[in-house]
Design a protein around this ligand. Structure first.
Ligand code: NAP
Length: 289
């Protein structure tokens, strides 16, 4: 049975959810979210930059599951950073989703005036409009600095995390700060040979599972929330069928050997990457971020 984690403010959050990055066609996105909810997902992860909040909102209404059973996340992007801009962005996102509160609102990137945004998110949180607030892609130095300078410690840091990028020291710091880690791109977006990794294939065969299921299970066994994305209903079900087996300590150690300690998707320390992110804002192309 799906488990949940208690965030540092006492809110329960499912350990597994459904991500909708790169599902840009409104009808496809709406259908994917309806299918995901019907399959059993309750946590849906979107972002203003994914430009599919309306489709997610429409799916939520059509799926017919009571609002309080769902856990809806969206994110404020760089051009929405700053106190006033984030207050406005929040109302825009809420309106597009057709909701009257959010379960989780995240700072999407560690760039721009995210301190101003954080104060806006603290206000929205205190006003009861958001149940939890957090950040994404914060490396240890910025995360620690943020914690020293804000009233409310983030509940979540959503980071790239998969067998090739395991970030064990960063995870220890998050545990120390009582910030819940959440893994994005748990499959490295299906690239870099993740599904044909021999160690994962060998472990998967042992349990009659797939490499995708082993990767997700490896995350949740470390108490890391996962949000895999798929537009295929059978994969949605496959990705959810991870609650009936347990990886052994030996399996966990074997997977630990796959770490390349190198981001596959996003490196916010790289000058070229920062330039790419800001260039994107001048000419947004949906599939590039
Ligand atoms: P991902 O979940 O690692 O991988 C998705 C890819 O894997 C898709 O191509 C999907 O294909 C394929 N796939 C899914 N399940 C599969 C299975 N069981 N077997 C084989 N292939 C499978 O990548 P992601 O979408 O980038 O990350 C997940 C979520 O994290 C996003 O949707 C988004 O919500 C969030 N995210 C956040 C950030 C951030 O900066 N905060 C960045 C990136 C992503 P099909 O769809 O064709 O099935």
């Amino acid at each position: 049975m799906m488990q949940s984690v208690k965030l540092n403010n006492g809110v329960d959050m499912p350990l597994e959810g459904f991500g909708v990055f790169q599902i840009t066609d409104p009808q496809e996105c709406e259908q994917a979210v309806i299918n995901a909810i019907e399959t059993g997902y309750r946590l849906i992860d979107t972002a203003s930059s994914y430009q599919n909040e309306e489709a997610v909102g429409s799916a939520i209404r059509k799926a017919g599951v009571p609002r309080e059973e769902l856990f809806i996340t969206t994110k404020a992007y760089i051009q929405e950073m700053g106190y006033e801009k984030t207050l406005t962005a929040f109302e825009t996102s809420l309106c597009k989703l057709g909701l009257d509160y959010l379960d989780l609102y995240l700072v999407h990137m560690p760039f721009g005036d995210y301190y101003g945004s954080w104060r806006a998110m603290e206000k929205l949180y205190k006003d009861g409009k958001i149940r939890a607030i957090g950040v994404c892609n914060f490396l240890p130095d910025r995360l620690l600095d943020l914690c020293y300078n804000v009233e409310i410690t983030p509940q979540i840091n959503q980071i790239e995390h998969h067998p090739h990028y395991q970030r064990t020291e960063e995870l220890s710091l998050m545990r120390e700060l009582n910030i819940q880690p959440q893994a994005w791109a748990p499959f490295a977006e299906g690239l870099k040979g993740m599904f044909t990794e021999p160690v994962l294939l060998q472990i998967a065969a042992k349990y009659g599972k797939t490499p995708a299921q082993v990767i997700l299970r490896w995350n949740v066994q470390q108490n890391i929330i996962v949000i895999p994305k798929s537009v295929h209903r059978e994969r949605m079900a496959e990705n959810l069928a991870i609650w009936d087996f347990e990886l052994s300590a030996e399996d966990m150690s074997l997977i630990a050997t796959l770490d390349k300690n190198c981001p596959s998707m996003l490196d916010t320390r790289k000058i070229s990457e920062i330039k790419r992110v800001y260039d994107y804002l001048k000419n947004p192309v949906l599939t590039s971020l």
